[in-house]
Design a protein around this ligand. Sequence first.
Ligand SMILES: Cc1cc2nc3c(=O)[nH]c(=O)nc-3n(C[C@H](O)[C@H](O)[C@H](O)COP(=O)(O)OP(=O)(O)OC[C@H]3O[C@@H](n4cnc5c(N)ncnc54)[C@H](O)[C@@H]3O)c2cc1C
Length: 436
Amino acid sequence: MHVAIVGSGPSGLYTADALARLWPDVEIDVFDRLPTPYGLVRGGIAPDHQSTKAVARAFERTLSRSGTRFLGNVEIGRDLSYEELKAAYDLVVFSIGAEIDRPLGIPGEHLRGVYGAAAFVGWYNGHPRHRDLDPLLDGKALAVIGNGNVALDVVRVLAKTLAELADSDICAHAAERIGAAHLRDLYLIGRRGPVEASFTPIELAELGELQRCDIIVDPAAVSAEVGPEVPEKEVKVRQRNLEILRSFAARVGDPKPMRVHILFNAAPVAVLGEERVTGLMFERTRVVEGRAEPTGERFELPVDTAIAAIGYLTGPLPGVPFDEKRGRFANDEGAIEPGVYAAGWCKHGPRGVVGTNRTDAGVLVKRIAEDFAANPPAGGKPGSREIDLLLRKRNVRVVEFAAWKRIDAAEIARALPPKPREKFVTAEELLAAAGD
Ligand SMILES: Cc1cc2nc3c(=O)[nH]c(=O)nc-3n(C[C@H](O)[C@H](O)[C@H](O)COP(=O)(O)OP(=O)(O)OC[C@H]3O[C@@H](n4cnc5c(N)ncnc54)[C@H](O)[C@@H]3O)c2cc1C
């Protein structure tokens, strides 16, 4: 059985793990377009959340299994086509995530100083594609639009002092810029109310621990209660969020040099400015049955930079059936075509934490096993043999697992303690560190 997994993030690697348990002799090639594995564990999860990133150790064991290969720096759709994968492997699983920022869809969003969270987070986390984002952090006010954990991450990283970031793996270029910024007011803005916010309580509470930052919440804005429309399993989390927000609203003490303002019930309707953002226009909303409804009342917020953290889309790949409306691969419970499946964010959209992908992978692999039992594959596919020939013919510089480990060791070796690693942030640097 020859298997190709496209994307070495959590969903791809948990799927590889589950497949290896199902079929101990399976040969798995895990492709990634980056020379580095682990997807958003490296390039998304906040640099000051090192304990969450430690899941990479388990993924390392998955990639070290004999019979599993890592083929980094190989982009499907560029270096190999969908048709070539289908011709070579009995089973193809796409797990390419959702790396494109969902647009705000309002006038002015293309002005200078407006960024999507995928790009901004990729910039501070050293994703080679976003290394040169060069975000404008020269003003006093910055808004983050979104009410999820990604929005919290962005605000927290910007609000921390360099001392607070010292034991994180934030990239040097980003730490330098954040350290030199003179931001005073950070706004965290949600379209809906505090009950609907999708923060997790631990991350929300963490905002309250920032050394140089006050958290400003209007007590009236957090007076709502969790209503009967909230699903039972969500009630505790929502109540805990409300408690934390109310504790922020009740705070007294000496003012700190920075402020995070948490605003609710404000839907962005326009980005203001001529060439560069100078402000945002919002319409106040009220929540009806969990949905934000406009009230007709508008207000403006002067800001120098705006970051939209409102969700992600998967980019289409030539030949792979795509659901344009939802921005992900067209699939039925993971099945794209016979022998082709989707896992993780490119299957169901950008939701869930790392661990969610593990549960999902188990369900997907059970489904694959059932499909293959009902319709056994014809067999006789060449697997890696054919793919290696194609890659060699096309002069693709494949970064295998041992080469990734050289990058890993070099990043750790060059970091100044207590920093755990200093990432290489361009393709050239990464390939140089990978060696021959
Ligand atoms: C900013 C941010 C912070 C987060 N923080 C946390 C957190 O603190 N804790 C937590 O539990 N979860 C967190 N999550 C959620 C978690 O990261 C996701 O659940 C998980 O990464 C989704 O896994 P995935 O495999 O579907 O996608 P990804 O992790 O995005 O992996 C996709 C992989 O596919 C590769 N790829 C893409 N296109 C191609 C192609 N054409 N050819 C080859 N390879 C390709 C990419 O390079 C990438 O390595 C966070 C998410 C984000 C966005």
